[in-house]
Design a protein around this ligand. Structure first.
Ligand code: ZN
Length: 427
């Protein structure tokens, strides 16, 4: 029997910022200066190279070979080799995209316009590229894991997160996008065709797997969801002992739907009282949980008295089903209280999915495409007049990006040849 284990070649490409094109061409003629420039850039990033596992990294880098990229008009690309482990690194200058003819300047403008909501057709007209080329570009970046990129920016693996699935359409089929968000950063954006606990477990499991590779002891402490059964089941399976909370804002929005056949002013009055209940419960830190149970009971009685037995019964049953999730939110001060930031992320992503409907076919690379969109969401700075203007989501959450140019950051952070120098601890 033939042993057919396929040898996968590690991607050890590194994007290096040579500041301008002429510097690069000058350095091509000076091997020593070229290596020094690469090492200086590495030092400025605080990254190391991904040597082979056996390597003590005591080796030095030498110029290994060079070749001309025909598609890039014969541009010379150098490779460096570690003298100890013989790992070979391909050095891509900042003005070149891996496996792509498109110039980074064009890719930057195109992706920014796409992210900003401009249709692919308009992007194609403005930047003279095909819509398919934009789709493939997003997919190419999306082959790199969100966890890897985010931890390279120095963000700790998140202990408290928001998790929920966006319902979307793939042509006529329903699809789901299981998502994990911490603050303004997307840590996971998956794709499933079923809303089952099994499907969600598999999707959220990809995040858990990537995070465990960074830190084997990683454990999520708390997750806020909107209480959907498959979601909570899958998270409980993946993160045993996790604190599962239910979004308090959803509770407020849901109450009016539980109140049937009553006047509008009465419904409004009950909603206001319910709002006050939550407000007070969150104010009282010490006995919050105990106080909440008592207040919910009293509120259900109040509904019975004012809106009738049927409504009171419905509200009481609803409380019964949801209160564990609400308690979980109030019992831990670090738990997120509402899922607003996750809804925002979903809305931003959904507009692009709609825009890209033509590519959203069963045979497409949905997972890569979505991950690519999530990278853009995390790394493109907010517009001038927005809150946190000029900063990207990663920076708002306390992460560092390599340069002031978001697109160069995307190139650098998705380079397979880099790895972060320090082992990160979760906070
Ligand atoms: Zn080495």
């Amino acid at each position: 029997m033939r042993h057919t284990a396929r040898q996968t070649r590690d991607n050890r490409t590194i994007t290096v910022d040579f500041r301008d094109d002429t510097t690069y061409y000058q350095l091509l003629g000076d091997g020593k200066a070229f290596v020094e420039c690469v090492l200086a850039f590495l030092l400025s990033l605080g990254f190391q190279l991904t040597h082979k596992a056996s390597c003590s990294e005591g080796g030095s880098l030498t110029r290994h070979s060079h070749y001309a990229r025909v598609r890039l008009g014969g541009l010379t690309i150098w490779r460096l080799q570690c003298t100890a482990c013989k790992a070979v690194f391909t050095v891509l200058p900042h003005f070149v995209l891996r496996y792509r003819q498109m110039r980074p300047a064009v890719a930057r403008d195109t992706l920014l316009a796409t992210h900003g909501g401009l249709s692919l057709e308009w992007c194609a007209v403005l930047y003279n590229v095909s819509p398919m080329a934009i789709y493939r570009l997003v997919c190419a970046f999306g082959r790199h894991s969100l966890v890897t990129v985010l931890t390279r920016c120095g963000l700790p693996l998140p202990l408290y997160v928001l998790a929920d699935e966006k319902h979307s359409k793939c042509l006529t089929d329903k699809v789901y996008l299981p998502t994990i968000v911490r603050g303004r950063v997307i840590w996971h954006l998956g794709y499933t065709t079923e809303a089952s606990a099994v499907a969600f477990t598999q999707s959220y499991g990809e995040f858990q797997c990537a995070a465990s590779q960074q830190d084997p002891s990683y454990q999520v402490k708390g997750v806020l969801t909107d209480g959907f059964d498959s979601t909570t089941k899958s998270l409980r399976t993946l993160f045993p002992g996790v604190r599962l909370g239910t979004c308090l804002r959803h509770a407020l929005l849901k109450l009016p739907k539980k109140l049937v056949a009553i006047t509008s002013p009465l419904r409004q009055a009950l909603r206001t009282q319910f709002h006050t209940l939550w407000y007070r419960a969150r104010q009282r830190k010490g006995l919050r949980v105990f106080a909440l149970g008592q207040r919910l009971r009293r509120f259900a009685d109040h509904v019975t008295n004012t809106a009738g037995e049927a409504n009171g019964h419905r509200v009481r049953q609803w409380f019964q089903a949801k209160k564990a999730g609400w308690y979980a939110v109030l019992a831990d001060p670090q738990m997120p209280v509402t899922s607003t930031l996750l809804d925002q992320a979903h809305n931003a992503i959904d507009r692009k999915l709609f825009m890209m409907k033509g590519f959203h076919h069963p045979g497409g690379s949905q997972q890569a495409f979505l991950t690519g969109l999530a990278h853009l969401y995390n790394l493109i700075p907010y517009q001038r007049r927005a809150q946190h203007a000029g900063q990207c989501g990663v920076e708002v959450e306390g992460g560092r990006v390599p340069t002031a140019d978001w697109f160069l950051n995307l190139q650098i952070l998705t380079s397979g040849g880099f790895r972060e120098a320090m082992t990160l601890s979760t906070t």
